[in-house]
Design a protein around this ligand. Sequence first.
Ligand SMILES: *Cc1c(COP(=O)(O)O)cnc(C)c1O
Length: 434
Amino acid sequence: MTKSEQLFEQAQQVMPGGVNSPVRACKAVGTYPRFIQKGQGGHIFDVDGQEYVDLVCSWGPLILGHCRREVLEAIREAMENGLSFGAPTQAEVEMAGLICQMVPGMEMVRMVNSGTEAVMSALRLARGAVGRHKIIKFEGCYHGHSDSMLVKAGSGALTGGTPDSKGVPPEMAAGTLTAQYNNLESVEALFEANPGQVAAVIVEPVAANMGVVLPEAGFLPGLRALCDRYGALLIFDEVITGFRLAAGGAQAYWGVSADLVTYGKIIGGGMPVGAYGGRRDLMELVAPAGPVYQAGTLSGNPVAMAAGLAQLRILEQNPQIYTHLAEMGAYLAKELRNLAEKAGVPVQVNQVGSLLSVFFTETPVNSFAAAKRSDLDRFARYYRAMLSQGIYVAPAQFEAMFLCDEHTKEDLDQVLQGAEYVMSQVCKEAGSSL
Ligand SMILES: *Cc1c(COP(=O)(O)O)cnc(C)c1O
């Protein structure tokens, strides 16, 4: 038995499913989780001494790789002054200022502790601002685990077969309307069927929790126009895309502006941080400036701010990072398509910048319905075989691959070499498709 297997056995005695977040348990891919000891650059090492090229990067936060020197130094310096005060610090002002400078249209920001909290708070603000109570979200999009968002949710909720969670009050779920991603008619139909009741539309500008699904031309501008027409707010959930697609996130990348934006992951540099922000007139409704209550004992924590600030400053000052990430993403996607085709394995590789997904299906994946056509059994075999080749990808079909700035050409070639073997030897034989 490996040390990871032993730890997992112990973990299952004292933690539900042996983990603190469901997908990590690797249930969907028929194996046990590797317990990680350390990371360095674009690589991680498990407790059994195995090294992997890390294509998860903590599910996105580590866009500069593990143990980036500037980030660790900033944390060390901050912690010497104390871990938390529950009082304002200079780092928070710098953080909010930097975010407003980097993101187009961003005028004010509130820091929180996770993406879930950012979304939950932004939705409350939207309801308070507009004076309506319903929210439109998209099937297969994931916005954290607050009650109203666990309706046809993506990510682990989808992978684990619980897109509609038990324990969510029916009246909460009833206030969440679900539309189809890349389908503007489905959004318009909900507005028409709920006149004067929709406060906001929330969307992942690139859907990355049903695997990566890109917005088709016209989809995001169309959402903007529908929200304006029906008097609702547009919320971009940029917990994944923020500071990843571009320094200004998806708003800058696709040239569409949202009223409110939520952040997480990259914004904390690996520490637990989230944020929401947007137009001044909206943000000034948040307490204590306004009547929409939201608070947090550890919000704006000085050590977390130091980590996030260090990472964001590097991203802001080095635009070539985004060129490098996009080049690597495009190269990996192209080569993965080629070698799958050579092996005779039907795949769709969706990619934008440093985000990509390999779907095991013959039809283009531009919707949730299309993503669900993937051969999950084949994905599971691919996952386990990739792991055996020293390549660490997300343990579920409905997740993204993340590149970081520290990945090298050699890393990518190791991934492609491994994938060539895996596609031609392991994935060839068809699995039980859905
Ligand atoms: C990860 C994620 C969240 C939730 O963030 P947590 O920090 O896990 O609470 C929300 N929205 C999107 C788009 C995400 O990818």
